[in-house]
Design a protein. Structure first.
Length: 184
């Protein structure tokens, strides 16, 4: 296990990338509720409890436990005390793979402002320099051109197409697969 301490990092438009904290539950519930419609097309169907402070407290507890176990790096994007997105490295695997999966979302008000590209760049830097990972993977729905652009700007390459890969918006959907190799 590698303990990672992430100081707040400015990523543009008054937004800071920082570690998820236990006291983020209320702010994160507000962010998900505010962006519920914006994210519905890209996310799994969520129970009503997910959009509440207690629901987010449970989610955060699981994420922080996974972080302590070296399985996840949970980050949030914050602007003026409000959470406006997430960037997460999940499924961290050591051994021969030294890899993780990248997931992210941003508040509808910040789309197209370069914030997510900068945040993903910082997450990749942390994956390489702090976690000593070799590879990060990500996937997008085929029509998610904005997310694909974020990945391509950050040196990801398309490596495949996975039919019926994830259950998103209530149905099994195809995904385009990407990877970024961090070390030769």
């Amino acid at each position: 296990m590698v303990e990672v301490v992430v100081p707040p990092l400015r990523v543009g438009a008054g937004v800071v990338l920082r570690m998820l904290r236990a006291d983020d539950a209320g702010r994160l519930a507000d962010a998900y509720l505010h962006n519920r419609e914006h994210l519905a097309h890209w996310d799994p169907v969520r129970p009503a409890s997910f959009f509440t402070e207690p629901g987010q407290a449970t989610e955060i507890d699981g994420a922080l436990q996974a972080c302590l176990a070296g399985l996840m790096l949970p980050l949030v994007l914050e602007s003026d005390g409000e959470i406006v997105g997430r960037v997460t490295l999940t499924g961290i695997v050591r051994g021969a793979l030294q890899g993780a999966s990248l997931g992210y979302w941003i508040d509808a008000r910040f789309v197209g402002r370069g914030v997510m590209s900068a945040a993903v760049a910082e997450a990749i830097r942390l994956a390489r320099e702090e976690l000593a990972l070799h590879r990060v993977e990500a996937s997008t729905l085929p029509e998610n051109a904005a997310s694909q652009a974020v990945l391509l700007r950050n040196g990801f390459e398309r490596i495949g197409y996975a039919p019926h890969y994830l259950k998103i918006a209530g149905r099994w959907q195809d995904h385009v697969l990407y990877q970024r190799i961090l070390h030769d």
